[in-house]
Design a binder for this molecule. Structure first.
Ligand code: ADP
Length: 490
């Protein structure tokens, strides 16, 4: 056994190993902009070996049928993750630039509960449903349904919350009886490799059931989207890449399960007397993972008559967000993931200004941080929903404030988006909040600051925010096929 933080290896067919030929690529620490270390740069042959191992493990072992083994393996993983939480945190701080506070919650700690929840679900799940006897056209028949794992899952994951998303893809798939090839993002290879290592070193996972391959080429996983040996493509990333993956999967009609982009609203209703709480949530939501989260609320809708008041309160809260070294416990917001991502964010802010928006706060790199990819939490006012910054996913700490006249207009603005992933609504009247929330076409909705993230809550989007739901019972059943049986009844 070796440290999770220093020895990063692929997991292929039960073996922790280097890429064929020993090639590696640099893992850049976004806080410093410097190389933190390397990860294996898998070859096409490594990818082929990983996929054929997953196929073989599904077709030729008892994994798909042995629920007790799966539950045992997941409980072993749960123990291993908890024992290694500190190292996972260290990795996440280093390669994601995630502040310690976010590691204690969504990045590392909260996802641990996902493992136990799915182990319990697999153990108690009704794999079979009796439909009883019926007089069919062939005479009386006893009919029943069995739920079976769909097969080999290609899990392709992004860099923003990698530990959570790797777990949220791999664990339900394994609990369901699938085998998996996990392809993490090249920006954050170590979290995925650590997950593979924990399975390999601390559980009874049979060889080939989980394979983890990392590569410098961001399109390395494309072979998984066209290969008929893959039964389900489970992808989280941008809507643009999701479209490409769905088009590739169409060739074999491979099932796709997509968690894509968002441009969610944070709606402050007119009846909110004190906007302080709503303003605080709006501001802090912008700083979480430096705004690089698909489910963050990035359009705040403020009643026209109180627009100035709302904008000023949010700006005041935003200015309290401490930006800096994620390893410092006082830091709320770390860097963006890459220089390219920061360039992209800067381009969106400049574009908004060119279209007539004003920068209320932020809109620049912090003067006191001269290394790494930092950008200040930014609030843009004077924004209309037609502006590019209100329509496109910026994936940075940028909030746009849009005024609205009444509930109908607020709902129309909220729904005037290609996305429908998440949302938040604030009201002094919960019934009013719920009535408006029901009209917004989105997959999750927080009322007055309620947190929906939990293992039993399905997460996913309407419209171009995706297909299917991750986590919860719905997320588990994405990995199952239904087989219907009948036999003559006497
Ligand atoms: P970003 O633009 O921030 O890199 P993406 O949505 O493109 O976000 O990436 C999410 C994941 O999808 C990453 O693991 C990336 O390497 C992978 N990826 C990107 N393009 C493709 C593709 N054409 N086929 C398969 N995987 C892809």
């Amino acid at each position: 056994m070796s440290s999770l933080t220093t020895n990063h290896r692929l997991l292929i067919d039960g073996q922790l190993r280097a890429a064929t030929g020993g090639a590696t690529f640099d893992n850049i620490n976004p806080t410093t902009g410097q190389v933190a270390g390397t990860a294996p740069d898998a070859t096409a042959a490594d990818g082929e070996e990983a996929l054929s191992a997953a196929r073989r493990a599904f077709d030729e072992t008892d994994w798909a049928n042995d629920v007790a083994l799966r539950v045992r393996v997941l409980r072993q993983l749960d123990d291993a993750l908890r024992a290694h939480e500190q190292e996972l945190t260290e990795i996440t701080v280093t390669e994601v630039g995630a502040p310690l506070g976010s590691c204690a919650t969504v990045q590392v700690h909260e996802p641990l509960a996902v493992v136990e929840w799915f182990a319990n679900l697999a153990e108690s799940y009704d794999w079979s449903t009796d439909l009883g006897v019926r007089d069919t056209m062939g005479g009386p028949a006893r009919r029943w349904i069995e739920r079976e794992p769909i097969g080999v899952v290609a899990a392709i994951t992004p860099w923003n919350v990698p530990n959570h998303i790797n777990i949220a893809k791999v664990v339900p798939a394994l609990a369901a009886g699938c085998t998996v090839v996990l392809k993490p993002a090249p920006e954050t290879p170590w979290t995925g490799l650590a997950l593979g290592q924990l399975f390999a070193e601390h559980t009874d996972l049979p060889a080939g059931v989980l394979n983890v391959v990392t590569a410098a080429d961001k399109k390395f996983g494309a072979f998984l989207t066209t290969d008929p040996r893959v039964d389900l493509i489970s992808f989280t990333g941008s809507t643009e890449t999701g479209r490409r993956i769905m088009a590739a999967a169409a060739e074999n009609l491979t099932k796709v399960f997509l968690e894509l982009g968002g441009k969610s609203v944070h709606l402050i209703l007119e009846d909110v007397a004190d906007m302080g709480l709503a303003a605080a949530f709006a501001a802090i939501g912008t700083g979480v993972v430096a705004g690089q989260g698909c489910a963050l609320t990035t359009r705040v809708l403020i009643p026209q008559a109180r627009y100035e008041e709302g904008v000023q309160q949010i700006a005041a809260m935003m200015s309290t967000i401490t930006v800096g070294d994620p390893a410092d416990a006082a830091t709320v917001m770390g860097p963006l993931i890459t220089a390219a991502q920061r360039d992209r964010v800067e381009g969106y802010v400049q574009g908004a200004v060119d279209q007539g928006a004003t920068i209320v706060c932020g809109g620049k790199r912090p003067a006191d941080l001269d290394s790494g990819f930092f950008y200040e939490p930014t609030l843009l006012a004077g924004v209309t929903n037609q502006m590019t910054a209100a329509q496109e996913e910026i994936f940075g700490p940028v909030l746009v404030a849009i005024p609205y006249a009444d509930d109908d207009e607020a709902v129309a603005i909220a729904n005037d988006s290609i996305y429908g992933l998440s949302g938040a609504i604030f009201s002094d009247d919960p019934a009013h909040a719920l009535a408006v929330a029901k009209r917004i076409r989105t997959g999750t909705m927080s009322i007055n600051g309620g947190v929906w993230y939990a293992p039993d809550v399905p997460f996913g989007g309407y419209k171009q925010s995706g297909l299917g739901r991750e986590m919860g019972l719905a997320g588990f059943e994405e990995h199952l096929e239904i087989k219907s049986y009948s036999e003559p009844a006497s």
